[in-house]
Design a protein around this ligand. Structure first.
Ligand code: CTP
Ligand code: CA
Length: 220
């Protein structure tokens, strides 16, 4: 059999990637989450490991098999994700936040199943910390990459996140399109970088997108 060798251009690079959704409990049977499949973050983790990086993947619940040669840390909630990412931040050179982090958690998780009463009901939600923005403001040697899920005014909204979170790169996703993004095998993204023109990566597999993102990272 043939052995395919991959260029080891990320050898010695410590890379932390978050992927998948986070889940916030409501009561013993219910939760809040989102449509993230984890595929884009897992593709990045696998490709980076193939290219020689020391990869730590902090993952929310997904249906995917673990990438090979990658240290995987499982988390459920945004709070747990924040704890793990903060713990690993200092020792990493590159941090890619591909996770779809819940923006809110339930103020008081009910210990017992909430009963319906035939009326409407109200959930008290509290904002989660913005993990990526916090990293952007404490980073020293790290290169920081964010993702953005947008449905309108893509470039404008993406650029605001790039600046506000003090990122080196932002991977902009149009989640209004059904043929790409959430759970699809393919994706199409734009890479935003400070003081550069947006770079389109036309629709292709998430594996190819992952390699293109890593190529761009090596040029940073
Ligand atoms: N992110 C994070 N912590 C949060 C929310 C988001 O670290 N509490 C990160 C995501 O992992 C992603 C980036 O911030 O890399 C952008 O996430 P997105 O949901 O697109 O943007 P938000 O800043 O949450 O703004 P909004 O949802 O209002 O568009
Ligand atoms: Ca959000």
């Amino acid at each position: 059999s043939e052995k395919i060798t991959v260029k080891q251009d990320l050898a010695g690079v410590n890379l932390l990637i978050s992927a998948g959704p986070t889940v916030e409990e409501i009561d013993p049977v219910r939760y809040l989450t989102n449509h993230s499949s984890g595929k884009m973050g897992y593709a990045l983790a696998q490709k980076a490991a193939d290219r020689g990086a020391n990869v730590t993947l902090v993952s929310g619940p997904t249906q995917l098999s673990k990438p090979s040669g990658v240290a995987v840390i499982d988390i459920i909630s945004a709070k747990e994700l924040q704890q793990k990412v903060k713990e690993k931040f200092e020792q990493n050179d590159v941090v890619i936040m591909a996770a779809a982090v819940s923006d809110f958690h339930v103020k008081q998780i009910a210990k017992q199943k909430i009963k319906k009463n035939g009326q409407s009901m109200h959930l008290d939600l509290v904002a989660n910390p913005d993990i990526l923005a916090d990293l952007g403001h404490i980073k020293t040697h790290q290169k920081l990459v964010g993702f953005a899920a947008e449905t309108q005014n893509l470039i404008e909204n993406g650029n605001k996140k790039l600046v506000k979170k003090n990122l080196d790169m932002l991977v902009l996703n149009d989640v209004s399109r059904k043929d790409i993004g959430f759970n699809a095998a393919d994706n199409e993204v734009r890479l935003l970088r400070p003081k550069k023109e947006p770079k389109l990566i036309a629709k292709t597999s998430k594996d190819k997108i992952a390699d293109e993102i890593l190529d761009e990272l090596t040029s940073l």
